[in-house]
Write a protein that binds this ligand. Structure first.
Ligand code: DX5
Ligand code: ZN
Length: 219
């Protein structure tokens, strides 16, 4: 039976008290920590890069699932490994040779991921799926937390699920953007394995119950 994983996005955390925020994530029973990197070019917002992630690293023993929303991600693979990333995902729209970069990420000992903006067809990743530990399906336009889930993208999750299963691969499907306790069941049923939650997680008054609810989804 499939089980959904939860990875809270620290984009919605309080950056003035990250040590506590990492403890809160751990105590909730969530699976990984989702770390959003934005460069102000690929997306119209700016967050942080490798030096800050390196500072976060000693404050959490959880898996750092790093989502790069940056141009030329291939230039930074070593830097994110060095900063402590366990999983590294980049946007297919930001590069020319995704197959090569996915392999480079795995060679560095990280799990490899590729991301699709809402507009991007699932067929774009069809021939590189074997190199992907995860495909991240964006269900909002990347750049900001707290946006509304884009419903038609649910269909893309279903198509990707079939594609991965038909090829007999273990690639996981991650869904990021506007995920909450109301739409989680539908997203999971469509074929998602990992749910990223930013605002829904940090706004929740009972984070443990929220995570438990996601872990208990079935369908
Ligand atoms: C958006 C980021 C997301 C963001 C999700 O560009 O990639 O990870 O934090 O936030 P919510 O869950 O609030 O949509
Ligand atoms: Zn993200």
């Amino acid at each position: 039976m499939r089980k959904a994983l939860v990875t809270p996005s620290i984009l919605s955390a309080d950056f003035s008290k990250m040590r506590e925020e990492f403890q809160t994530i751990k105590a909730s029973g969530a699976d990984w920590v989702h770390v959003d990197v934005m460069d102000g070019h690929f997306v119209p917002n700016l967050t942080f890069g490798p030096p800050v992630i390196k500072m976060f690293r000693p404050h959490s023993d959880m898996i750092f699932d790093v989502h790069l929303m940056i141009e030329e991600p291939e230039r930074w693979i070593d830097a994110y490994k060095d900063a402590g990333a366990d999983r590294l995902t980049f946007h297919i729209e930001a590069c020319k040779h995704s197959h090569r970069y996915l392999a480079a990420i795995r060679e560095k000992g990280m799990a490899s991921g590729i991301t699709l903006n809402p507009q991007t067809s699932p067929t774009e990743v069809e021939y590189v799926l074997e190199e992907c530990d995860q495909v991240l399906v964006m269900t909002v336009n990347p750049g900001f937390g707290g946006q509304k889930f884009i419903e038609p993208v649910l269909e893309k999750i279903k198509i990707l699920r079939k594609m991965i299963d038909n090829k007999g691969l273990k690639t996981q499907i991650q869904v990021d953007g506007g995920v909450n306790s109301e739409n989680a069941q539908r997203i999971f049923e469509a074929g998602a394995d990992i749910l990223v939650m930013g605002s829904a997680f940090f706004k929740s008054s009972d984070k443990k119950a929220l995570v438990e609810k996601i872990h208990n989804l079935n369908g």
